[in-house]
Ligand binder design. Structure first.
Ligand code: PLP
Length: 417
């Protein structure tokens, strides 16, 4: 469900024609729908409204300041993985008291920043990290709240690059070591173990892996509480899948109705960390076709956007629907939609049937709101795209297109002789 659709044969974001946006702001252009963001957030919120739940939007999926601000105004908390993300959340008006901080490589500087900002808790991913947090907190004469991120060793049935809850993944504390670690951790006087956390992967379209993982971790929480711990929060991470192609992911309501019974009698607050579920279908990437090129065996549409703006197809062979901005009745033709980057892996779509496309036509890459702009780069010295957000018939520029000056702003020509 989203608010991108055709009106009079023209693709619109809510009530705004994409042609108008491309003309005013240029291409490539990320376009977000305010209503899609807020409705997705509200869907999760209402699905869990009958139990104490904190929704911490996962900043890594889309960290634009307006995007975060919209969610902060909805009451969202935030899941972060770096000091930079914490900085963005605070700058966007997010409440640090609703921030949970995961990630396997938190530096001392980042831990200090998290403590000073008064975040809700650090989700700890190793013994050494726990020691480090304890040492830093001691130096700062503080006691900080932590959650133990446990790796439940379950198969999330998604792309292997975005599976995070298997034994061989670098994330979380091995499930068999969790209880021993907890006993050790109680010796640390400057950390308070308040939560148990998991995150099993991303773009998960069935509920079964969650049921398996939650059931395993529930046993651990019960065991810990029997030894005198007081686990207040059960953070079940993010990972809810969205529709890129023909997937049939569970809705927030279906997800909630299957997993809520698992928490019966647990007396815990739930934390959810959805990223893609909220941001995925709330954004599209608009590109212009620069050249139509007939190759030896393929028809290429060469666009002004590529892997530097949206790396998912190149990185994970991810599928994104491609739509013509202006509907035409031309016959279908088979295309590879590619970018201008000097890499054979630079493509947006392969072997797609589209109504015959001409040079200068606009195309929209759907479901580009998550892991799109945040994973963009300046490779080939291309300037990052602009971003706009649409609400009804209002348009807000939420990030300017980078300039040539931006490209070299941090470089220095050293005086080397
Ligand atoms: N929480 C953690 C710890 C993550 O690592 C991620 C993504 O990698 C998320 C939440 C968000 O995942 P998704 O966007 O699939 O909901």
């Amino acid at each position: 469900m989203d608010y991108f659709g055709y009106k009079n044969n023209v693709l619109c974001a809510e009530d705004v024609d994409i042609n108008t946006l491309a003309k005013k702001y240029g291409t490539p252009l990320y376009v977000y729908s305010h209503r899609t963001i807020t409705e997705h957030f509200r869907k999760i919120k209402s699905a869990f409204s009958d139990m104490p739940t904190l929704i911490c939007y996962s900043v890594k999926a889309n960290s634009n300041l307006t995007f975060l601000n919209v969610l902060a105004k909805e009451g969202s908390g935030f899941d972060i993985v770096s000091g930079g993300e914490l900085y963005r959340v605070i700058k966007a008006g997010g409440d640090p008291k609703k921030v949970v901080y995961a990630g396997v490589g938190k530096t001392e500087e980042e831990i200090v920043y998290g403590i000073k900002s008064g975040i809700l808790l650090f989700n700890v991913e190793s013994v050494n990290e726990l020691k480090q947090i304890n040492n830093v907190a001691k130096k700062m004469k503080k006691t900080v709240n932590v959650g133990l991120r446990i790796n439940p060793d379950v198969e999330a049935a998604t792309h292997h690059y975005i599976t995070t809850g298997k034994k061989e993944n670098k994330f979380g504390i091995d499930i068999e070591l969790a209880t021993t670690l907890f006993t050790e951790a109680r010796k640390f006087k400057h950390v308070n173990i308040k939560a148990v956390d998991m995150h099993i992967g991303s773009q998960i379209t069935t509920i079964e892996p969650y049921v398996k993982a939650i059931s395993k971790i529930k046993k651990i929480i019960e065991g810990l509480n029997e030894t005198g711990a007081k686990i207040e929060y059960f953070d079940i991470g993010g990972g809810l899948g969205v529709i890129y192609d023909e997937e049939k992911p569970s809705t927030a309501a279906m997800f909630a109705s299957e997993i809520k019974p698992l928490f019966k009698g647990m007396n815990i607050k739930l934390i959810l960390e959805p990223g893609r579920f909220i941001s995925g279908n709330s954004g599209i990437l608009v590109a212009k076709v620069i050249y139509n090129k007939k190759g030896g065996t393929k028809n290429f549409l060469i666009t002004d956007t590529g892997m530097n703006d949206l790396i998912r197809p190149s990185l994970y062979q991810a599928y994104h629907k491609i739509l013509p901005v202006n509907v035409n009745k031309a016959k279908l033709k088979l295309y590879d939609v590619v970018g201008p980057i000097c890499e054979s892996g630079d493509f947006l779509a392969k072997d797609r049937h589209l109504p015959e496309v001409k040079e200068g036509d606009l195309l929209a890459v759907r479901t580009a709101g998550a892991y799109g702009m945040v994973m963009s780069s300046n490779y080939n010295s291309r300037r990052r795209a602009a971003e706009v957000m649409v609400k009804g018939n209002n348009v807000f520029l939420v990030r300017e297109r980078e300039t040539m000056e931006d490209l070299t702003a941090k470089d220095k020509i050293a005086d080397i002789r």
